[in-house]
Design a protein around this ligand. Structure first.
Ligand code: BGC
Length: 387
């Protein structure tokens, strides 16, 4: 089945009816096999836990379009031009809001927090006070616990067709975190196909924070098959090796001479089956890479990745010190995506700019403590070009 790839002209016509107004309709005049994952705000919008969960749209002058929703401040879809100018949906997600409210939902596109990634044994200490979080990933807490910020509705603070700001206040003690923590994330789409996520947080109490986007990408298009032939370069000479529960030991190890060496471009699959204790622990790549400080416009260049079929290139620039590279190892045909395809094994990957896993328990890692009176502010840019 030919899906999710439509030509630029058709896309421009179809998408021109979508608007940032959630009640606006994005009507499809072509059949679903042709337009694939194009989203319809009327059929997307549903009520989750008593709250309306609409679709919001950002669109630039070249027709590139980002779809978002307030449940988890999620990126639902992202259409960017491929090497032929054909718009392609490079982000995995669902075509109906309620499908995001599901335990089998593997964090498709939300902001994760207040502490994205793992906290060992669901415990950390601040000023001698111990905090205990629900454990939801073996013995550890993953992505903020049971509710986190992915399973809650964020308010829409402001929205137009280029920029949207979501805001959420995490109540004191939710999932065990000290708070309240006031958070905002602003998504903006520029005319040169850069999607920027700017995060802010303040807290009334000393707490920890590590917000990131958990978008799954397939640069050949959602549902187009394995991501193992994507070409990847990471601007990281070191990574943080982990134990079998994916908690770092605290040391930084050189990637040189290991399957973790992405300092020159290679396919994601090139070394993924090499014999390596670290790859066994991760069931593939599921590791934090330490960015080496390569600067572009004042940001750390984190990654360059390209789709072997589409020629779509994504560069990630960030203020964060690390990036978690997860090669979709736990994807297992549990859910059906917008395109009609299943979330099959390694048909999406995540590159999550962030602080290092388990930082609250790791004195040698850059701090993730947020003090009252301070403002956490960080941004990451996902830039799309073609080759
Ligand atoms: C984690 C993976 C996890 C995935 C989905 C990633 O950020 O590192 O271990 O399976 O999120 O939850």
């Amino acid at each position: 089945m030919k899906r999710k790839i439509i030509n630029l002209v058709l896309a421009a016509v179809l998408l021109s009816t979508a608007a940032c107004n959630p009640s606006a309709e994005s009507r499809q005049s072509a059949d679903n096999d042709t337009v694939g994952a194009l989203l319809d705000s009327v059929s997307f919008t549903e009520t989750i836990a008593g709250k309306e969960t609409p679709l919001y749209t950002l669109k630039n002058s070249s027709g590139a379009t980002a779809y978002l929703t307030n449940f988890g401040a999620r990126l639902v879809g992202l259409w960017v031009p491929d090497k032929n100018g054909t718009l392609t949906d490079v982000v995995l997600g669902f075509d109906r809001a309620s499908l995001y409210h599901n335990e089998d939902e593997p964090y498709f596109g939300p902001v994760v927090g207040p502490f994205g990634n793992r906290i060992a044994k669901g415990q950390f200490t601040l000023d001698g006070e111990q905090f205990t979080l629900p454990t939801n990933n073996g013995p550890n807490t993953l992505h903020g616990g049971t509710k986190g910020v992915h399973f809650v509705h964020w308010d829409v603070k402001s929205a137009n067709d280029k920029v949207i700001t979501f805001a959420y206040t995490l109540p004191d003690g939710q999932d065990g975190f000290p708070g309240p923590i006031h958070m905002e994330v602003t998504y903006s789409l520029s005319d040169n196909n850069e999607l920027t996520l700017a995060y802010q947080a303040t807290s009334d109490r000393k707490t920890v924070i590590n917000l990131t986007s958990h978008a799954y990408f397939n640069l050949n298009g959602e549902g187009s098959g394995s991501i193992l032939d994507h070409q990847l370069r990471l601007y990281a000479d070191q990574y943080t090796p982990v134990d079998e529960t994916l908690i770092p030991f605290g040391e930084l190890a050189d990637v040189k001479g290991t399957p973790f060496d992405f300092t020159s471009t290679k396919t994601i699959g090139a070394d993924i089956d090499q014999e390596s204790e670290q790859l066994t622990y991760g069931s593939g790549y599921d590791h934090n890479f330490v960015l080496n400080g390569t600067q572009v416009n004042g940001l750390n260049h984190a990654a360059t990745v390209s789709g072997d079929q589409s020629g779509i290139v994504m560069d990630i620039y960030t203020e964060e010190p690390g990036i978690q590279f997860y090669s979709g190892n736990f994807m297992a045909d549990r859910v059906t995506l917008k395109s009609g395809a299943k979330d099959s094994y390694r048909t999406g990957f995540c590159l999550e700019p962030q602080h290092f896993p388990d930082s609250p328990n790791q004195p040698n890692f850059p701090t993730t403590t947020l003090n009252p009176g301070d403002t956490y502010a960080t941004k990451s840019v996902y830039k799309f070009t073609t080759k």
